[in-house]
Design a protein around this ligand. Structure first.
Ligand code: SF4
Ligand code: SF4
Length: 218
């Protein structure tokens, strides 16, 4: 049965346990980072950072407020990256889970363009391969939660059957609206497998709505 994530940003505390867990499970090394005057670290996704908490500072009623967004592959239902892959077998969608998987054939030159509206895949400069979040299919096919979900100490991430996550997302939205009047669910839940609950308007996170209604970082 297709699986999905719910990421409830109203619960995220930006501890980055998800970032660390992803690296640990996938054997991805740390990378050198620099301080640019904020807590954003690292600055962006990379071939060895498949998920990260994006941090935005806003002013709210004269006070500083942090907004957090755990970025990762959305495991699109009809993946634009799969459609853009020019070499068969570069990208496939796992029938059981809905996970979008890149194989060793997913070299940069094997795509017409990368096609991802969310700017997720990155190229491994050593192998030429495009890489990204795998949904931890190796874990979930063995009855485990994705490593990032398992590691979250704040209950910000849930993972399970797609229909259950859609129901949970709607329930959480109703609850969040009592304290955050602008709370909403990003993207159409029929299009993606990662459902985000935001507490503020998307532009405050640095996102814009593109021509087909996807919320992407500007
Ligand atoms: S599902 Fe697995 S691969 Fe994807 S971000 Fe989470 S830990 Fe990383
Ligand atoms: S988010 Fe990007 S990389 Fe992930 S499935 Fe969708 S198009 Fe592909």
């Amino acid at each position: 049965m297709s699986k999905a994530f719910l990421i409830d940003t109203s619960r995220c505390i930006a501890c980055k346990a998800c970032q660390v867990a992803c690296k640990q499970w996938n054997d991805l090394p740390a990378e050198r980072t620099i301080n640019v005057g904020s807590h954003q670290n690292p600055q962006d996704l990379s071939a060895v950072t498949w998920t990260l908490v994006r941090m935005n500072e806003i002013e709210d009623g004269g006070k500083l407020k942090w907004l957090f967004f755990k970025d990762q592959c959305r495991h699109c239902v009809e993946p634009p990256c799969l459609i853009a892959s020019a070499v068969p077998g570069s990208v496939y969608k796992d029938e059981d889970t809905g996970a979008v998987i890149y194989t060793e054939r997913s070299k940069y030159e094997n795509f017409d363009d990368i096609g991802c509206p969310y700017n997720i895949p990155r190229q491994d400069k050593n192998t030429g391969q495009m890489v990204k979040c795998t949904m931890c299919v190796d874990r979930i096919k063995n009855g485990l939660l994705p490593a990032c979900v398992k590691a979250c100490p704040a209950g910000a991430m849930s993972f399970g059957d797609r229909g259950e996550m859609q129901t949970l997302a709607k329930d959480r939205l109703e609850a969040a609206k009592s304290t955050h009047k602008d709370a909403f669910l990003v993207d159409d839940m029929e299009d993606v497998s990662v459902f985000y609950l935001l507490t503020e308007k998307e532009e405050l996170y640095g996102m814009v709505r593109n021509d087909v209604g996807e919320s992407v970082f500007a």
